[in-house]
Design a protein around this ligand. Sequence first.
Ligand code: NAP
Length: 272
Amino acid sequence: MIRLGLVGYPLEHSLSPALHHAALQQCGLQGEYLLYPVHPADSATLYSLVDRVRDREIQGLNVTIPHKRVIMGLLDELTTAAKAIGAVNTVYHKDGKAVGHNTDFAGFRNDLLRWLPIVRSAIVLGAGGAARAVVYALGMIGCPVRVASRRMASALELEAQFPNVRATALDPQELSGIAADLLVNATPAGMLPNVDTCAWPTKLSLPAGAAVYDLVYNPAETRLIKQARAAGLRATNGLGMLIEQAALSFELWTGCQPPRQHLMDAIAQKAV
Ligand code: NAP
């Protein structure tokens, strides 16, 4: 019996149980994937969940907002990726220790490269946790990135940490002169219920020839994706990344590789 789960707050709309139950079924494994809604002030429960991974009572945990950074201080070991990104989305057991990892970067990279095998330059909108995973992934494939953030200080933090990053203001004048073959939205703009918002400046044309990857997947076609398609550009949402990061966590916990298409089918009805 494999015990898995997700810790975060709130958790009502998570697609993770559907993904991981499909993965368990496809791999022929008996198990459960439970939701652990833990209030941000309840560090004792967070600690006890980590302890249960250490004791192998729980084989694996996913971690989401607001615990992705806080949990780092409770773990025995962090992988290189978790340290570089500064966030943990996966906890697993190794030799009596609870280890923190981040599968968001490889989830993004694997899904991106299936869709766009060669990327020479990118613009990333946003400078939060997801943007950090994205620039780390792009750094691994040797891609220079302009990070455009509405708060310049957070873009400059990424510039100071990641050698492939240059900070840029999220400003039409700054952005109009930048060429890129990939534009990534790593902000929540466009996500339900704020479907009319878009991080790319209104009235500014999208970079010529760029492929647009929106990390938001709810709705499936965001305002940015619509704008890109209307301009004749290729565009995709973050569903593939969501599935890939889940599959990579599952592989770490169980050693089994769930078929991605089956995971996609399991949530196709649930993702709007
Ligand atoms: P986060 O840490 O809160 O960072 C959000 C970033 O977006 C910040 O830089 C923020 O700027 C900026 N931002 C917020 N609203 C904006 C707006 N209207 N216009 C311009 N910039 C805006 O969030 P996160 O964890 O990085 O997540 C970002 C998005 O990625 C979320 O929608 C999340 O669901 C999605 N995501 C998807 C996947 C996937 O698997 N597909 C994985 C991870 C995350 P300020 O600092 O100025 O507020």
